[in-house]
Design a protein around this ligand. Structure first.
Ligand code: SF4
Length: 256
């Protein structure tokens, strides 16, 4: 008997460097999450995520770092899909859950809690009891990059994971949020590849586009990324983030 998270035979043997082929074969979100976690396709990012997990930050010296790629978190039949940039070196790369264990996560889950999507206002560890209502969070790149800056080749290498996640969740997703210009571009590129009729939409906080595809109406909306750089400087406020996420959540009926 095969468990729901166990990869079927051909996938278990597939080389993780062949991201596109492996991603195309997964049939469920649970399989996708498992396959992502085993990926070693980008040499620079594999070295970095593992080095960070060994060297650690002084404040977390007693923590056992995750040090692997980060899969999506939340519902496997989401109405709202939120896409960020990449895992934080001492956040998700430490805790093993996206936007968890750093200030970006505090901002994102804090906002999702205020608008009625996240069960608790904080996101500190994989077993903190956090739950998301009708919502899933993932990133354009699944391994922590140095200086939070993935290279173009790494973005392209990782894109099949996001593409497959979007394909698998499209039956229920009605609103997409791109956090930051990197995620915004990655999201639009993939949706276009999937045949969604999206023009060039310039990134900016609150930029949005509503469109129909195959009889279904979608909202695509952008937010500044809740990075320390944006939140410490006041470029992104709690109200601004709440506004975008609430708008997307209501459009998608993730919240009433
Ligand atoms: S960034 Fe993506 S493609 Fe590259 S190693 Fe990590 S999971 Fe694999």
């Amino acid at each position: 008997m095969t468990s729901s998270t166990e990869l079927p035979g051909p996938l278990a043997r597939a080389k993780t460097t062949n991201v596109k082929a492996v991603a195309a074969k997964v049939e469920t979100i649970a399989q996708l999450d498992e396959a992502i976690t085993q990926c070693n396709a980008c040499p620079r990012l594999v070295s970095w995520r593992e080095e960070v997990a060994i060297v650690k930050r002084k404040a977390y010296i007693d923590h056992e770092y995750w040090g692997k790629p980060i899969s999506g978190f939340g519902s496997d039949k989401p109405r709202l899909l939120i896409v960020g940039l990449a895992p934080g070196a001492h956040g998700a790369n430490r805790t093993g859950r996206i936007f968890t264990g750093d200030s970006s996560g505090d901002w994102l889950y804090g906002s999702l809690h205020r608008i009625g999507i996240a069960k608790i206002p904080t996101s500190t560890s994989r077993d903190d009891g956090q739950k998301l209502k009708h919502t899933r969070i993932n990133t354009a790149v699944r391994c922590a990059p140095p200086d939070n800056k993935p290279e173009t080749a790494e973005r392209d290498m990782c894109a099949p994971w996001l593409k497959r996640e979007i394909e698998l969740t499209l039956p229920t997703v009605r609103a997409f949020v791109g956090l930051g210009s990197f995620a915004w571009s990655a999201l639009i590129k993939i949706l276009k590849e999937l045949g969604h009729p999206i023009p060039t939409v310039k990134f900016g906080h609150g930029a949005e586009y509503i469109y129909s595809h195959e009889g279904v109406q979608y909202l695509l909306i952008a937010s500044y990324h809740p990075s320390q750089q944006n939140t410490f400087t006041g470029k992104l406020t709690q109200d601004q983030l709440d506004f975008v996420l609430e708008k997307a959540g209501r459009f998608a009926h993730a919240i009433d």
